[in-house]
Design a protein around this ligand. Structure first.
Ligand SMILES: [Zn+2]
Length: 311
């Protein structure tokens, strides 16, 4: 997913509608009993109640039945699309569709104007939303544009993402991990030093003789919180840099787990990915999932969802 805008979820009944949009076709249902056209997707005919509907491809041409211009985003995620022309389009078949009118100047929007569909590719996976535009406009497909493309890079090769560029911010949350960081050795001296600093000198961490006998790991293990803070020694090359903000606040962690132990003598490394971008009155919140593993172990020893707030 390269967009974190709310997306429609296809149901069993509506799936053919969304699949057709992906294929740049508009399909609506028609009743085999009374020939009535039906929209939104349903199990039964809204005219005669027969359970005998069939998907039919239509041209999508119609007229503007009603519209409103939103001056305040209906949700923060749409603040980069203002003003939105939320519209109701009546197809030639008579059904009405809630949609968005695009590429029409405000002064040129008129109730009753002739419109045609635009298949708007909103993710690199081909997810397509149905918009409408003036019949006089060219093109029936709006191709997906990678919002990160064309942005400048710094000397380290990181894409410069202005905090005001919401589309680009959302595109960062692509669920892809960075490369692995450098490695750090976790030896008994380091564990002892952390035990002294934190006051947590439980034998499982600090007593190799007893651990050999009594621990299920047969050796001492590092404190989970030690491994967590060692992230500061791991250099993780993020592919981007956020720019143009006033302040950046470490807002804490949404989730902190220690799924696998780090036995003494282990070498650890880490990687991260942008898990989430959200926008609120507090600012832009970026959730960075940080994973630290013992080298060679597929199961992470630390999962930390760090939250960074930009204002
Ligand atoms: Zn019918």
């Amino acid at each position: 997913m390269a967009t974190l805008k709310p997306m429609p979820l296809a149901t069993k009944i509506s799936a053919p509608f969304w699949q057709a949009l992906k294929e740049e076709q508009l399909k609506i249902q028609q009743c085999n009993q009374c020939n009535g056209w039906v929209f939104f997707p349903r199990n039964h005919c809204s005219h005669c109640l027969a359970h005998d509907l069939e998907w039919q491809q239509v041209s999508g041409e119609g007229t503007l039945y009603s519209y409103t211009l939103t001056r305040i985003p209906t949700m923060p995620e749409f603040s980069d699309e203002m003003p939105q022309a939320l519209a109701v389009v009546e197809l030639a078949e008579g059904v009405r569709i809630n949609t968005t009118l695009i590429d029409v100047a405000e002064a040129d929007i008129n109730i009753g104007m002739a419109v045609k569909p635009v298949f708007d590719k909103v993710t690199p996976d081909g997810d397509t939303l149905l918009r409408f535009t003036s019949i006089n406009n060219a093109g029936g497909v709006r191709e997906y544009v990678d919002p990160l493309k064309g942005l400048e890079q710094n000397a380290k090769g990181q894409v410069q993402v202005p905090v005001s560029n919401l589309a680009a911010l959302y595109a960062l949350a692509d669920n892809k991990f960075t490369q692995w960081s450098n490695t750090v050795l976790v030896d008994q001296d380091l564990i002892n030093a952390f035990a002294e600093l934190s006051g947590d000198d439980y034998w499982l961490h600090t007593d190799p003789e007893r651990a050999k006998k009594d621990s299920p790991f047969k050796t001492t293990i590092a404190h989970g919180s030690l491994v967590q803070v060692l992230q500061s020694r791991l250099t993780i090359a993020l592919p981007f840099e956020i720019t143009g903000f006033g302040t950046m606040v470490n807002y804490g962690s949404n989730r902190l787990r220690f799924p696998a132990p780090v036995p003494v003598g282990s070498t650890i490394h880490g990687r991260s990915k942008v898990k989430d971008i959200s926008v609120s009155h507090k600012g832009v919140q970026l959730t960075l999932e940080m994973n630290i593993h013992v080298v060679g172990n597929e199961k992470p020893s630390v999962i930390n969802d760090l939250v960074i707030l930009y204002r």
